[in-house]
Write a protein that binds this ligand. Structure first.
Ligand code: FCX
Length: 434
């Protein structure tokens, strides 16, 4: 019986010659050109990164290792009685490209369970945070605190061979991923519950264990699995994935890299948008005295937000040009489990009115909803109403994809990332103005 690590190593050995050949024989082949608007405009659309973990098609949405989200959810093994697959199975898929069988998934569940215990000092650091700190700042710091545990650092300083970097990074990644639900549930309890914390249950898979520690009954285990799976990866150029990859490219360990990517995820144009959606909806609800607004009333709220120079959170995307399949999956879940939920009705009303308004507004290249327009709605329904916490959940999911990416970055020997910058003067010369 092969372990995940053995299977991964076989895949790495198969893949290495492909990268080597591209570099050696085709290194000068032109892939893309870069324009001034791309340089000033956040490198939008510039093909300058490589990853095999996932690919984002503007019209179709994300594929993990070639599989659509529907195929991932259908194909991965599920726990007994669950509608959503094991998150550990997703990690297997992202790392190897193969859909694992039940037995293979259980070995990963077992690995995670063995590595889940969080050192006491992490809890002490969390406890010492001043009041009103944002959970993302606490989460990022808790992860950073674990940097002293890094297997990679220890082995690197003992003279680790480059070819083995991925192995130590794999160990660090599993050690960290297994602890993230524990850390997140502890932060949640400390900030919002303050009762005795619910200890984790080593017999449960990641999603079920998280639901158990949060003290939320079924189907919150499936909610957690779905949430972690659909948030795990969105190819390489988004702020969190890119940050994780960039920081790791200097051989910073996985704790430093994941903490950094969490900080990028915490911005309102990226992961924090899911919190912003709920905050915005709450404002609307307050104004409406909790009554579901008419289409006309909602249209007015949306225009008021746009006219005051703010974005509509949960809509638009830098790459996608259609409704986000991650949004649709959550919408389907909501239609099945919480069709009468008032916040869901609000969110659905937004789905009906916002795209046409954004088209009329004429700025956003993509008027359709993204993942963040729905995720908070589901959390709210199951009693997790503290929306400041929502991006932490996104962060657990995203860590899975970024760890897979960094392990492969190291396996394929990707170098330090270091693009070149130029000055405005130089741009003006290139443009022929000067
Ligand atoms: N509401 C209002 N205006 C919007 C908008 C929205 N939802 N989306 C884009 N625009 C505006 C932009 O602000 C920009 O205006 P400007 O010309 O005055 O600067 C213009 O439309 C063109 O932007 P566009 O090219 O379509 O989008 P970008 O690639 O620059 O940015 C994001 C993409 C996602 C940042 C943008 O659509 C946005 O701000 N959306 C709201 C926040 C959000 O939901 N973020 C989460 C995205 C994602 F799913 C995630 O990372 O989690």
């Amino acid at each position: 019986k092969k372990t995940l690590k053995q299977t991964l190593f076989e895949k790495i050995k198969e893949h290495r010659p492909r990268t080597k050949r591209l570099l050696k024989e085709y290194g000068d082949v032109v892939v893309d050109q870069v324009t001034i608007s791309q340089i000033i405009g956040g490198m939008r659309g510039l093909k300058s990164l490589v990853t095999d973990i996932s690919y984002l098609d503007p019209d179709e949405g994300i594929r993990y290792r070639g599989f659509t989200l529907e195929e991932v959810i259908k194909g991965l093994p599920k726990p007994k009685g669950g509608d959503m697959p094991y998150v550990e199975g997703l990690f297997y898929l992202l790392l190897t490209g193969d859909i694992p069988n039940q037995e293979e998934v259980m070995t990963v569940v077992d690995e995670f369970s063995k590595r889940r215990i969080v050192p006491r000092y992490v809890y002490e650091v969390i406890d010492s945070f001043p009041c009103c700190s944002h959970p993302m700042a606490i989460f990022s710091t808790a992860i950073l605190t674990l940097n002293r545990e890094s297997v990679f650092n220890r082995q690197y300083h003992a003279g680790l061979n480059k070819k083995e970097y991925w192995d130590a990074t794999y160990e660090d990644s599993l050690n960290l991923l297994a602890k993230l639900p524990e850390i997140a549930a502890y932060i949640y309890n400390k900030l919002y519950r303050q009762g005795p914390r619910i200890q984790s249950n080593p017999n449960l898979d990641m999603g079920a264990n998280f639901a158990h520690m949060m003290g939320v009954a079924k189907p919150y285990d499936d909610v957690s699995r779905l949430h972690f799976i659909i948030h795990s990866d969105h190819e390489s150029g988004n702020v969190s994935a890119h940050t994780g990859h960039l920081v790791a490219s200097s051989l910073s360990d996985i704790y430093l890299s994941i903490s950094a990517m969490i900080n990028g995820l915490a911005g309102p144009l990226h992961g924090l948008a899911n919190q912003e959606v709920l905050r915005w909806l709450q404002e609307v609800m307050d104004k409406m005295d909790n009554r579901v607004p008419t289409k006309e009333e909602m249209t007015q709220f949306v225009w008021d937000t746009l006219n005051s120079g703010q974005v509509i959170p949960g809509f638009g995307h830098a790459v996608l040009r259609k409704t986000d399949p991650r949004y649709m999956l959550q919408r389907e879940f909501s239609l099945k489990h919480l069709p009468e939920d008032p916040i869901f009705k609000y969110a659905d009303m937004l789905y009906q009115v916002v795209p046409d308004i954004l088209k009329e507004h004429g700025k956003a290249k993509n008027p359709w909803p993204n993942v963040d327009a729905q995720s908070g709605v589901i959390q709210w329904h199951y009693g997790v109403t503290e929306y400041d916490f929502y991006t932490v959940l996104f962060g657990i999911g995203r860590s899975i994809g970024i760890c897979a990416n960094v392990i492969w970055d190291r396996a394929l020997g990707y170098p330090l990332e270091r693009p070149k910058s130029i000055t405005t003067d130089m741009l003006e010369k290139i443009a022929g103005i000067k």
